[in-house]
Every structure is written in C-alpha cells, then in structure tokens.
Write a protein that binds this ligand. Structure first.
Ligand SMILES: *Cc1c(COP(=O)(O)O)cnc(C)c1O
Length: 450
C-alpha cells in the first residue's frame, strides 16, 4: 500500500507506511492517507475472536509492503489486548416499553487501558510500531506531543521506559483536570512534562514550530504522536470493526445496522469509524457529538468550514476549534458531498453536559465522563426525533479522571480504576514553560539528562 499527503493532489509523491508512521505530518504540511481503502465483509472476519485478531485482518491491507507486515499480528496482540466492554444501556423502570424505548442503546467503553481514556489503544499501537522500526544503534528519538489532557498521558504510558525514546509533553496550565495534570507529571524517567502558561492552541502551535525547526528537529530526532499521526488512526479503526461485528452476529434477521454516536474533538476517533464503514462493515449513520466548539456542527448544517480558536468547556479533551483531521476526512470524500454522506454533527453546551451526567446515574445507573455525556445527549435527541434502530455510543474516558466535574453532579465519589490509582499515588513533577515558540526551542536546546 502506498501513502500520499492530502495536499499532493496529483499523487506524485508516494511514500511508504514506515515513513508515514515515523513522520507524523507529511513534509508539505498535509496528512498522510492510504492511496485506497480495502473492501472487507463480515464473512472475512469469521475466524476472528478478539480485538487483536480483528485488527490484524482489518489492517493487513494497510501494512502490505511494509517492513512491519510480518509483525502485524504480534503488534496487535501486544498493543490492543485491552478490555473493551459493550454495555447495554437500560432505562430504569422501563418495563412497559414506551415507543422511545424500542431503540437499543449500547455503550462501548474504551477507557479500560492504563490511562483510562480511549487514546491508550492508539498510543500503544504507535509505540509498538515505532519501536520495531528502530535499529538498536539509532539515536534517541523525542516524541513531542501537545495535549488537551488525555493524549499526553496515553503517549507517556505507551513509551515509558521504552529504549530509544523520550517523550516531551506540553499541556495548558489550568485547562486540564487536576488528575490529568498529576498523571502527566507522574511518569518520570524518559517522560518530560511541561506545564505551558497558555491554551491548548498555544501548545499545539509551539509543538508545530519545533517540529518545523530543522535544527532542533534533527538534533532531537523529533517526531509527533498527535491525532493526525497515521499510526493512531489505523488502530482506532479496529475497535469499530470489532463492535460492528459483535452487533452483526447478535442481530436478528431484518435488523438495521447500528448508528454510532462519537464524542468528537480533533475528529480522529470518528474518522476511524467512518473509514470502517467505507471499508464495508455494517455501520449506519455516524453522529459526531461535540461540545460548545461549533466548527463541525456549523459545517454539517451547511455553513462553509471555518476553523477558529477553541473555547474551554467541561469536556476539555474536545476543546478544539479547528479539528486537524478535517483535512483527512475531506480528502476521503473529495469526489462526494461530505454533507450527504451519513455523517452528522451536533453541538452540546456545558449546561446539557452537566444535566446528562446528573440524570444518567438515576436513569441508566451509569457514571459518565463529560465527553461521553455529549454522546448521551445526542443519542437522547435522536431517540426523541424518532430514531428506532440500534445506537452505539462511545465512552471515551473514565469519569474518575474528571472527578471535580462529575462528583458534585452525582453527589458521590467515583471509584478510581486501579491503573489510574497507581499513577496518582506516584509523585508528579512538571516544568513551567512560557507559551512562546522561542521558549520551547530554548528548552529543547538545553537537552535532557535522560
Ligand atoms: C481525545 C478525546 C476525545 C476526542 O477525540 P478526537 O479523536 O480528538 O475527536 C473525546 N473524549 C476524550 C475523553 C478524549 O480524550
């Protein structure tokens, strides 16, 4: 399989998967995309029993010709072997089913990895690939990530103590939850956390600037691991394929294909679901649930695309005003109308997020994180509007990461999952950094002891 940049419209500069995985962004500033998508059917997966096996079958075509192809099975087993429960959402006291109860709603919990957010799947897969692409005598590579909270810790956990790698994390001071901040600073060793006196947009701009600074990029062998990295997009497709196969196997004759509701920020997670549908697996409509950041909901309602600075909300990991994967989504739909392709976007204000968290505990016996609450709000709206098929909502983070938002709303403490508790018990340290491109370059010039 050959890969191209989204900006290489005439497809003159093909590259390999190995290069695309290591580079993050293409040299012309575009995003890497595969030249084509394979076509697969439910029957192609009949011998698959778990997520790593589904991932191997799904991703084989993308790894054709890569030096990693013979290791794909091992990479999937090592990185994707995380629990991923599919929970049926049942309404309390719904014995005599009201019309709106005919919709079966599922919650796909993707937060049972080491850092309690869905980003663990992709970060671990990327780390497993990059480690295997490295030769023992290669210099140390520095993975530079700007994070709105969850990417940084997932990447840190995936690369912690991995020989040949160092991670530099930039996070916005005061814009991540206290537990997220602690988690980011608690790894130590080859992980360096920087608390930037600015917004996530500043962090992202600083990281881009450093990556584009030839001298610094060469000295540190910089790479990135943000949500535009192809090595994160590919593994995210696996859990959607798996969930659609589980539901297809359960489905009775005449059942409709399930629609998805996905909490969305940079559009990485949802794009993976859309691609799985393009490949041919049974997924119906894809609903993007965003917070108050309105770029996507306005676009899908008919307005021209307009990126803008992000607004801070309760669902902070989705505080994105210019979703970086929009360019990739547009590329895949370059010959079709994106707005009539079964993709919808809905905005959820903070007040609604709070309301949904508060009522989900009584109505569904579920404690939701603020991002997952956006998906629930969209699902409830769809049901009221007459949606009658199956709905699959994606739960992107464990609510214990957002205890300061969630606990006052539900009036009780949220038990902390063991992996998260273990990280929170360690001491944490982050270096303060001014929100300028120069400050980061200066700091990188000083170098690191480990
Ligand atoms: C990153 C994140 C999202 C948004 O995912 P995108 O791929 O950026 O759209 C949603 N919820 C949580 C908890 C996240 O960490």
């Amino acid at each position: 399989m050959r890969y191209f940049s989204t900006r290489d419209v005439r497809q003159e500069w093909p590259t390999t998967l190995d290069t695309a995985l290591g580079a993050g962004l293409a040299t012309d500033g575009g995003l890497y995309v595969p030249e084509s998508l394979p076509t697969l059917h439910v029957a192609d997966f009949r011998h698959c029993h778990d997520l790593p096996e589904v991932a191997q079958t799904l991703l084989a075509a993308f790894f054709l010709g890569s030096s990693l192809a013979p290791m794909l099975g091992e990479i999937c087993r090592e990185s994707l072997d995380l629990p991923m429960p599919l929970v049926a959402l049942k309404r309390e006291g719904s014995k005599g089913l009201a019309p709106e109860e005919r919709t079966q709603t599922w919650l796909l919990e993707l937060f049972h990895g080491p850092t309690a957010a869905f980003k663990d799947f992709a970060a671990r897969f990327l780390a497993a690939c990059l480690s295997r692409l490295r030769s023992p005598d290669d210099p140390i590579r520095t993975v530079l990530v700007a994070t709105s909270g969850d990417t940084g810790s997932a990447v840190a956990a995936a690369f912690h103590k991995r020989p040949g790698f160092r991670v530099v994390i930039l996070y916005p001071n005061g814009r991540v939850s206290a537990r997220q901040a602690h988690q980011l600073g608690a790894f130590g060793d080859n992980i360096h956390a920087f608390c930037v006196d600015g917004s996530f947009d500043d962090c992202q701009r600083m990281a881009k600037h450093a990556l584009a600074d030839r001298r610094i990029a060469r000295r540190h062998h910089l790479t990135s691991a943000n949500s535009i990295s192809l090595g994160r997009l590919l593994p995210q497709m696996a859990y959607y394929a798996y969930a659609s196969l589980v539901l297809a196997r359960r489905a009775t004759a005449g059942a409709t294909t399930p629609s998805l509701v996905i909490p969305t920020g940079n559009l990485g997670n949802a794009l993976a679901a859309i691609l799985v549908r393009e490949i041919g697996l049974p997924i119906g409509q894809v609903h993007l649930a965003t917070n108050a950041n309105a770029t996507l909901s306005e676009f899908f309602a008919g307005a021209p695309y307009r990126g803008r600075p992000s607004t801070a909300t309760l669902a902070n990991a989705m505080d994105v005003g210019d979703p970086s994967n929009f360019e990739r989504l547009s590329w895949f739909f370059r010959h079709r109308d994106l707005r009539s392709s079964g993709i919808f976007a809905h905005r959820v204000e903070d007040a609604r997020i709070a309301e949904r968290i508060a009522e989900a505990i009584d109505r569904y016996w579920q404690v939701l994180c603020p991002h997952t609450a956006c998906a629930l709000d969209v699902a409830e709206r769809l049901i009221v509007a007459g949606e009658s098929g199956e709905l699959l909502l994606v739960a992107t983070a464990h609510p214990a990461k957002f205890d300061a938002v969630v606990e006052p709303l539900i009036g009780k403490t949220v038990p902390v999952p063991p992996a998260l508790a273990a990280i929170l018990q360690r001491p944490a340290h982050a270096e303060a950094l001014a929100a300028t491109d120069h400050a980061l370059v200066m700091r990188l010039e000083q170098g690191f002891d480990v």
